[in-house]
Write a protein that binds this ligand. Structure first.
Ligand SMILES: *Cc1c(COP(=O)(O)O)cnc(C)c1O
Length: 361
C-alpha cells in the first residue's frame, strides 16, 4: 500500500534537533512527522498518510475514552556503522500487533502496511536517529477505537497511528533494578489480555507500580493470578534467571502460559544465549525457587529484558515474605555478555546470523 506524503513546512531546525539529540531522554521529543490511517467496517483501511506531528481531534464520545479499546507496539531503529539505518525484527512487532488487535476486537493492520509505515517514518525523519551505541529512534505504533457512541460493542471505526521519539542509552551499570513482588495485585489472568500489548494492562498495573515505589523498589514483579506463586514478568519487561556460572550456566525464562506478554527481546535472547554456548530453558519458576536459589547461590544472575531498556540487571527483590539479593548487587557477567551481544547485533557490530535486521531503504 502506498503512503501519502504530506511533509511538514515547519521542520525542526538542524541546530535545534542536534541540541535535542545531545540528551534525548525517552519520550521527551517527537520527530517532525507521524503516520495516520483510518479503518471503518465498511471501507477497510484508508491509505496511510505521513503528516506533520501534532495534536489530533477526537469526539469526546469516541469509544477508546470509555471502554479502553486500544493496543500499541514498541520497536527501534538503529544507526549502523556505515550510516544506514536498520529496524530490529519489525515483522515480529507487526505480527504481534495483529494478535493484539484480534484479542481487543480491533481490525488487523496488514503486516506490510505496518512495516512500510515504520520504514516511511524512519526514512522521512532519518535525521532524528541518534548515532551512539545504545541510542536509537523508538517507534510507537498504536491503534484505538474511534467510533463515536457509548454503546458497548466492538468499534466499527479504528485509527492507526505511528509516532517516533529519540531514545538515550538508559542503562546505569552501577545500579541493578530493585523489585517488589506483588501479592495483592495481578497483571493478567488465563483468558484475559495478558498476551496482548494493550493500554488496559498498563492502566491496571499502575497501582502496583505505586506500591512498589512506596516499598522503595524500582519495579513491580507479577506473579500468576491463581496461586500467586509463579513468576511471570517485571513491569513491562520479561524476566530471565541465570542458574550456575560460566560455560555451564543455564539461562532460564518463565514459559509463555498465556498470561505473559511474548516479548521479542525475550525471544531473541533465547537464540543469543544458545549462540553464546549456554543452555536455555523456558520453564515455570516460582518465588521459592527465586528465594532459595539466590540464597544458595545457584541462581547467580537475574535480568529483565524489553525493547526500551534491552537488558537490565535485577538485584534486590522484596515481598511481604522478606527481602533477598542476587549476587553482589552488581550486573552479572552473563547478563552483560548477553546485553552487549544483542546491542551489538542491533547496531551492526556483531554478525546478524539470524537475519533480524531490516534495513530502511
Ligand atoms: C512490550 C512488553 C514486553 C517486552 O516486549 P519486547 O517485544 O521485548 O519489547 C514485556 N512485557 C510487557 C508487559 C510488555 O508490554
Amino acid at each position: 500500500m502506498a503512503i501519502t506524503i504530506n511533509r511538514s513546512t515547519h521542520l525542526v531546525s538542524d541546530a535545534d534537533r542536534a541540541a535535542k539529540l545531545e540528551a534525548p531522554g525517552f519520550g521527551k521529543y517527537y520527530t517532525d512527522h507521524m503516520i495516520v490511517a483510518e479503518w471503518s467496517q465498511d471501507s477497510g483501511w484508508s491509505t496511510p498518510e505521513l503528516k506533520p506531528y501534532g495534536p489530533i481531534s477526537l469526539d469526546p464520545a469516541a469509544a477508546v475514552f470509555h471502554y479502553g479499546q486500544e493496543i500499541f507496539e514498541g520497536l527501534k531503529a538503529y544507526r549502523q556503522p556505515d550510516g544506514s539505518i536498520s529496524l530490529f525484527r519489525p515483522e515480529a512487532n507487526a505480527a504481534r500487533f495483529q494478535r493484539s488487535a484480534a484479542r481487543l476486537a480491533l481490525p488487523e493492520l496488514p503486516i506490510e502496511t505496518f512495516v512500510e509505515s515504520v520504514e516511511t517514518l524512519v526514512r522521512e525523519d532519518a535525521g532524528w536517529v541518534p548515532s551512539k551505541v545504545g541510542e536509537s529512534l523508538y517507534l510507537r505504533p498504536f491503534m484505538f477505537a474511534s467510533e463515536v457512541g457509548l454503546g458497548v460493542r466492538p468499534s466499527n471505526r479504528a485509527t492507526y497511528m505511528l509516532i517516533a521519539t529519540p531514545a538515550a542509552a538508559y542503562f546505569n551499570p552501577e545500579k541493578a533494578v530493585s523489585v517488589w513482588i506483588s501479592k495483592e495485585y495481578v497483571r493478567a489472568v488465563q483468558g484475559g489480555t495478558g498476551e496482548a500489548k494493550c493500554g488496559g494492562n498498563y492502566a491496571a498495573s499502575l497501582i502496583a507500580q505505586r506500591e512498589a515505589a512506596k516499598e522503595g523498589c524500582d519495579q513491580v514483579v507479577w506473579l500468576d493470578a491463581k496461586d500467586r506463586y509463579w513468576v511471570e514478568e517485571m513491569g513491562g519487561m520479561n524476566l530471565y534467571f541465570v542458574k550456575g556460572k560460566g560455560k555451564e550456566a543455564t539461562v532460564m525464562t518463565p514459559k509463555l502460559t498465556g498470561t505473559l506478554l511474548p516479548g521479542i527481546t525475550r525471544d531473541s535472547i533465547l537464540s543469543v544465549a544458545v549462540d553464546l554456548g549456554y543452555k536455555v530453558e523456558e520453564t515455570m519458576i516460582n518465588i521459592d525457587d527465586w528465594r532459595d536459589g539466590v540464597a544458595s547461590g545457584e541462581i547467580s544472575e537475574i535480568f529483565a529484558c524489553g525493547t526500551a531498556a534491552v537488558v537490565s540487571p535485577v538485584g534486590q527483590a522484596k515481598s511481604a515474605l522478606g527481602t533477598w539479593v542476587t549476587g553482589d548487587g552488581n550486573p552479572g557477567a552473563i547478563t552483560m555478555q548477553i546485553r552487549q551481544t544483542l546491542l551489538g547485533i542491533q547496531h551492526g557490530e556483531v554478525a546478524d546470523t539470524h537475519k533480524w535486521l531490516h534495513q530502511v531503504k
